[in-house]
Ligand binder design. Structure first.
Ligand code: DGL
Length: 267
């Protein structure tokens, strides 16, 4: 039986947990939101790498046998380090879906909205260098969006104004494909759709990440868990707020799993 740990700087990774519960519901899950320290996207690389490793150690001590780094920023800054420290555990990361985007784009103009740290990371540069494409990529750091999402301001005038500002260069370039390179941003999908219109394809990589999780669970012989299946939701700031977001985003989880919540301090 498998317990899978999923972590993010905050509530963003719930978008990945939601997909994990859709594709691989027969497991126990521990979700850890480091909301006391969000956003990661503007912190130093060393800080993000060290903190991500600490959280992974904590999840393993809680019994996790596989980990999803449900944060593009932590994946960019820390995944190599985590895999090096934990060779016996499958560790799945997430990165902006540039590959599917450049394949899908018809007019060869692709927008990438991600955190500042993701965009300036070596991993992102390596991702771009490894792709053979003739697309124009318009990248934009989503500065200020994560704190608004964490506070629940998913359709406030302030969020809309900031998002319009961040998307304006992409719109001027007439992108037909937009990559959401931060797991928090799918929370803004309705607002993004309102701004970019129905024609732009929006790419979120959660589905591909969970497919990779399923392959790894098989490879590591991690079996499905017997009922009752449990989801433990932990926040370093406010477990009640995390629960509210989880209930809104993944109501079905509460039918299939027993959900426990707790606020934790992780030093
Ligand atoms: N959800 C995160 C990501 O995918 C982190 C956002 C942040 O904390 O800045 O990059």
């Amino acid at each position: 039986m498998a317990t899978i740990g999923v972590f993010d700087s905050g509530i963003g990774g719930l978008t990945v947990l939601s997909e994990a519960l859709r594709q691989a519901p027969a497991h126990h899950y521990i979700y850890l939101a480091d909301s006391a320290n969000a956003p990661y996207g503007e912190k130093s690389s060393d800080w993000v790498a060290n903190r991500s490793l600490d959280l992974c150690h904590w999840l393993v001590r809680e019994g996790c046998q596989a980990l999803i780094v449900a944060c593009n920023t932590a994946t960019a800054e820390a995944i190599a380090h985590i895999r090096h420290e934990m060779p016996a555990i499958p560790v799945i990361g997430i990165e902006p879906g540039i590959k599917p985007a450049v394949t899908k784009s018809q007019n060869h103009k692709v927008g990438v909205l991600a955190t500042q740290n993701t965009l300036k990371s070596d991993k992102f540069k390596a991702l771009l260098d490894g792709l053979d494409h003739d697309c124009e990529l318009i990248t934009q750091a989503g500065l200020g969006l994560v704190p608004l999402i964490e506070s629940g301001a998913l359709d406030s005038p302030e969020t809309e104004a900031l998002l319009r500002q961040h998307l304006s260069a992409m719109q001027s370039a007439s992108i037909d494909t937009l990559v959401l390179g931060c797991t928090h941003y799918p929370f803004l999908a309705p607002l993004i759709r309102k701004i970019v219109g129905p024609e732009v394809e929006i790419i979120d990589t959660s589905e591909a990440v969970v497919k990779q999780l399923c392959r790894k669970l098989e490879e590591f012989h991690l079996l499905q868990s017997a009922p009752p299946r449990i989801i433990r939701l932990y926040s370093t700031l406010d477990a009640d707020a995390l629960l509210v977001h989880a209930k809104q985003l993944i109501p079905s989880a509460f039918e299939q799993h027993t959900v426990e919540t707790s606020t934790v301090f992780i030093s």
